[in-house]
Design a protein around this ligand. Sequence first.
Ligand code: SF4
Length: 333
Amino acid sequence: MINLEEVKRTMQELKQMQSLPMEIKLSMTRQRIREWVGRYGVNGVYISFSGGKDSTVLLHIAREMYPDMEAVFVDTGLEYPEIKEFVKTFDNVTLLRPEINFRQVIEKYGYPVISKEVSKSVYYSRRSNNPENIYVKKLRGELEFEGKKSQYNQEKWCFLLDAPFGVGNQCCDVMKKKPLHNFHKKTGKVPITGQMADESKLRSQKWINNGCNLYDSKYPISNPMSLWVGNDALEYIAKNNIKIASVYGEVIADCEMDGQMWLDGYSPPKFRTTGVSRTGCMFCMFGAHLEQEPNRFQRMKITHPTVYSYCLRPWDSGGLGMKTVLDYVGIKY
Ligand code: SF4
């Protein structure tokens, strides 16, 4: 017999819900926020605000419902300067800072490169002499699941073990998570984020495991926009004429969504930004190998030449020494 609890959230259900019209997902988002506030009170929650377009949409939705809700921005020093300027235009935003800067993170743990999972495997494999260590096995392509080669093997990135620089996955924890966890410890407040399941396999899996609102955890978290996809946020921005950080440029409608089935024949236009499509950390190399040219570094060379020079300048000359890393991995700049 099928256990309904076990099939409550599946990948198939996630896909179906992601294909709903934005307005329906917006109602669900409001409902999740209402439930979160119902549990913790408006003074017991905060909006995790990165200054990016998705969290700007979240801030707009949440403050239409609760105008006094606090927002929190972690000033990592890695954001586009335009993002920091944009954040300053909002009231009631608390600024947090990490305990160490990006150079110190690299020095202590290594560069964040390719992905969190790959950086983690390289970091721990280099510190292990055990051939049965899970990270060693992943990089050797030896991980098995039910007698077959696991999809989580990473042998393609095995060459990073010989890289003449450190590689590590701790950057996000130190620069972003720790300041927020400290804030939680100090104030007891719990976050509402603009995260979408669509952004990664890990986030999809988290939605399947926890849904949008995770209450029973050391760090409770609400992700009320989990079911949105990137185009929804742009649609919301365009429809509501919301101001977003200038580095994105304008939001414009392009053409019909290609190759996607939409429920009830609903087919919203495809929106895009005329400037950058993502903000996040300027110097981050996660995912840069997947980008079409001009990639983030090639664009940075044109739009932010001073920051670009700092990134590529050799470590011993006071830069971040990323030229060596990008050359080694084969990312153009
Ligand atoms: S996104 Fe990249 S640069 Fe930013 S905190 Fe995480 S690992 Fe560091």
